[in-house]
Design a binder for this molecule. Structure first.
Ligand code: GUN
Length: 485
């Protein structure tokens, strides 16, 4: 039985709503409960909370063309505010268990590629522009049409690829996998642990966390992911109090001196919508190509995430469509605008939402919990540093497994679909990008169908997007051709 059939059967036999909130969010109808939604909301927050520390580090470490740096406290406030507001709006407007925050891929592009060319205000204006253009694509129906043009097995491959990608992120975040420095002069890019072996207390916390999570998952214990995060954080605090450990990474599991700190809204509204076009020394072609890359990345990252999370939650309908898709995509586009307008960089739908889905979330009610916790985080910034990455990362590995299970729906004997599916799945984790995986799959699909003489089966929108992906992958020579480099 397919996932969508399962959903259809479940809603036929769904118990009646217990109150108007249940009815609004379709909690019972989707086979969920308030308890599950709340647990899922917490799990998603804890797996995403690292962004409140990491986003200010990434954006705060870069200088714009004029040598200006953004303030870390103001960046933390901006990041939390955008995540809180947009996650709640997605819950109420889109009714999907999909939380949003500043995207990790794009914030590095903003910090290290765009800001050095112009002022911070101009760079954030470019993000606002990107979000506005995405909204135009949604309103004209183009964004939704592209999603519907994708063959179902490729959508399933996107979920599986995200599963592997999210597990890889978990392994890297925890230090279980690390890059081998160039100085080592080897062609092998990554290694086990920090030195080729697993050592240290933080690593032990991660490994125990993975074992605890998979044990609880296998026994189908309710709250498995959340129990593991909380237990491992408690263990990490105990370990850290006994030994002065330096290698936790981003956050250290120790009780802070004070819990409450005031937010600083100083960066909100600091953007110049068309400033980039007038930035000295930056050609219009460069700006247009930057906006193009931002749009393509954001567009397909979100597409993959929305499809992947909805499929994992069993929310796709019989035709593989996402419920409330138009509104979901519009809110995601608005999040990019909000992220740029607040100087938090482009906000987007987060794959870590899969942790909440793994915990049972099926509706936007979970977002009220996740979003409120981000809201609370505005005032509890010292508390943010308690959960070490090693305690949160096992959730990502476990969720990777859950998303991987969709691989069974792909017909591996049909090479015209299996090879593009394989490339989608492989390229996503190996290049650390959802967008790259989708692009590789699209291009392979178009090429294989064409050489098989089945070009007529390809939707015209897939031709169009594949052509854009060709430009995207060849952006460097294209820039040189246009004289922008
Ligand atoms: N989909 C998605 N999830 C994320 N989680 C952290 N950063 C990102 C991102 O850029 N995109």
């Amino acid at each position: 039985m397919s996932e969508s059939q399962k959903v259809a059967d479940r809603s036929d036999a769904a118990p009646p709503a217990v109150n108007s909130v249940d009815r609004f969010f379709k909690i019972s109808e989707r086979g969920s409960t308030f308890g599950r939604e709340i647990r899922g909301g917490f799990a998603t927050f804890f797996t995403m909370a690292y962004i409140l520390v990491l986003n200010p580090i990434i954006l705060g470490s870069a200088k714009d063309k004029f040598g200006h740096q953004l303030d870390a406290v103001q960046l933390t406030t901006a990041t939390a505010l955008v995540a809180a507001v947009m996650t709640i709006i997605m819950g109420v407007g889109g009714n999907l268990p999909l939380a949003l925050a500043a995207g990790l891929g794009l914030n590095a592009v903003v910090a290290f590629q765009i800001a050095p060319l112009m002022s911070w205000d101009d760079a954030m204006g470019l993000i606002v522009l990107e979000g506005l253009l995405i909204c135009v694509l949604v309103v004209t129906g183009l964004r939704e049409a592209v999603m519907h043009a994708i063959p179902q097995p490729l959508k399933q491959a996107i979920s599986v690829g995200i599963g592997l990608f999210i597990a890889f992120i978990g392994f890297v975040d925890a230090g279980f996998v690390s890059r081998i420095p160039d100085a080592a002069n080897t062609t092998v890019p990554v290694q086990l642990g920090g030195t080729g072996t697993l050592t240290g207390w933080p690593m032990l916390v991660f490994c125990l966390g993975v074992l605890l999570t998979i044990g609880l998952l296998a026994r189908k214990v309710k709250g498995a992911i959340l129990i593991s995060i909380v237990t491992m954080t408690a263990l990490a605090i105990v370990i850290n109090s006994m030994a002065d450990i330096k290698s936790w990474g981003l956050t250290t599991p120790s009780w802070p001196d004070r819990l409450v700190d005031a937010p600083d809204f100083g960066l909100i509204g600091d953007f110049d919508l068309f400033g980039a076009f007038g930035a000295p020394g930056v050609g219009v072609i460069t700006v247009v190509l930057l906006v193009f890359t931002l749009i393509l990345s954001d567009f397909f990252d979100t597409m993959g995430t929305v499809v992947g999370i909805s499929a994992e939650a069993g929310l796709l309908d019989e035709e593989g469509k996402v419920p409330n898709l138009g509104r979901v995509l519009l809110i995601d586009g608005a999040a990019a605008v909000a992220g740029g307008a607040a100087s938090a960089s482009s906000a987007t739908s987060y794959i870590e939402s899969a942790a909440g889905v793994g915990e049972g979330s099926r509706t936007g009610f979970s977002n009220l919990v996740t979003g409120s916790l981000f809201g609370l985080a505005l005032f509890l910034t010292p508390l943010l540093t308690i959960v070490p990455l090693q305690a949160a990362a096992p959730a990502l590995v476990a969720v990777g497994f859950l998303m991987m299970t969709q691989v069974k729906h792909i017909d591996w004997d049909r090479y015209d679909i299996a090879i593009p599916a394989f490339l989608t799945i492989a390229v996503m984790p190996f290049t650390y990008s959802i967008t790259n995986g989708i692009g590789a799959g699209f291009l392979a699909y178009v090429v294989i169908k064409t050489v098989l003489g089945k070009a007529k089966e390809i939707h015209w929108l897939l031709w169009g997007t594949s052509a854009l992906f060709l430009v995207y992958f060849a952006i460097d020579p294209v820039q040189q051709l246009l004289g922008a480099k």
